[in-house]
Design a protein around this ligand. Structure first.
Ligand SMILES: C[S@@+](CC[C@H](N)C(=O)[O-])C[C@H]1O[C@@H](n2cnc3c(N)ncnc32)[C@H](O)[C@@H]1O
Length: 297
């Protein structure tokens, strides 16, 4: 096996290996892995194509490429994922933030910016199912008056989210709480004091999980995916407690599965808590977010 590589030939070889599998972005994956292995950015790769790469680095690169070829997510290899313009640390055991979730965050920001919440000294937000902190921390970053109670049942997720809160300097405006759904709030005197509840809960129907791409079904945490028989368990549980925690003008914003819009909307209609309930679609035209609010001006 040739071990005398330049940056350019190594990238080419990595891409060739990934090209043999069923990967959507073999070039991008090989670039990201090469940048990570060499500790350089993409620009460096393109401006130094003829640099020789030492044998240890070549071996490391192929070790990562082979992991990727087995379906291991590239984000777990490079331990990073960009979300809402911020670079989140990620780790195995914690859901990788998805671009679709940006639709949820953008909607919450839009609602706050166009309502009386914008002028409030402090808005209390609860994020159920923190994961890497993607929703919690981007809301805290872009909404300067937000304080986020950020709950997850997974200690591993909370550890990563805390790391990210330090990275972005947001520790003062987030309280991380370990536990299930609203339970960790029970001693904090927050009844009817929450302005926004936001959640991207596990929503894949149990039987569907094995049918997902191998990256997700084999390597991402099941506790972040499994929404019960019809995928709606978490929505039912969360909606039950909204009247206890939301203010009169409180907002609920959920990410949902591509075909769950009507079901989740119905749960919110039946709660009787919201004047306006909206289903928002993603760029592929699928249901992606459901929002209930009374703030519409
Ligand atoms: C789909 S992931 C969302 C992660 C993150 N918010 C994001 O959008 O990238 C769902 C998260 O809910 C957490 N979770 C699962 N069951 C939970 C429960 N009963 N209470 C709180 N969090 C839970 C999982 O650990 C996981 O981090």
């Amino acid at each position: 096996m040739v071990r005398d590589y330049t940056i350019k030939s190594l990238l080419q070889e990595g891409m060739n290996i990934l090209n043999e599998g069923d990967f959507k972005t073999p070039l991008l994956d090989a670039q990201l892995i090469l940048c990570y292995t060499l500790s350089v950015d993409k620009l460096y790769i393109y401006t130094h194509p003829n640099d020789k790469v030492n044998v240890e680095t070549v071996d490391k690169f192929f070790e990562f490429i082979n992991r990727r070829r087995e379906g291991y997510p590239v984000q777990y290899i490079i331990q990073k994922q960009e979300f809402m313009g911020l670079e989140f640390n990620v780790a195995e055991g914690v859901l990788i933030p998805r671009p679709d979730t940006e639709i949820l965050v953008e909607k919450v920001i839009e609602i706050v910016d166009n309502s009386l919440l914008k002028g409030k000294k402090r808005i209390n937000i609860v994020d159920i199912g923190t994961g890497s902190g993607a929703i919690t921390l981007s809301l805290a970053y872009y909404l300067k008056n937000a304080f986020v109670y950020s709950i997850d049942i997974s200690k591993k997720a909370l550890d990563v989210a805390k790391e990210n809160s330090k990275k972005f300097g947001l520790e003062d405006r987030v309280l991380f709480l370990e536990g299930s759904l609203f339970k960790p709030l029970s001693t904090l005197n927050l009844d009817n004091n929450i302005d926004v509840v936001v959640s991207n809960p596990p929503y894949i129907p149990t039987d569907e999980i094995e049918k997902l791409q191998i990256e997700v079904s084999k390597y991402e945490p099941r506790t972040a995916l499994d929404g019960g028989e019809d995928g709606l368990d978490y929505y039912r549980e969360i909606v039950k407690d909204l009247s206890k925690y939301l203010t009169d003008n409180g907002v609920i914003a959920f990410e949902i599965g591509y075909n769950q819009g009507q079901d989740v909307k119905e749960l919110l209609v039946n709660s009787g808590l919201f004047k306006k309930i909206e289903i928002i679609k993603d760029l592929s035209g699928h249901d992606r977010v459901v929002v209930g609010e009374n703030l519409c001006l």
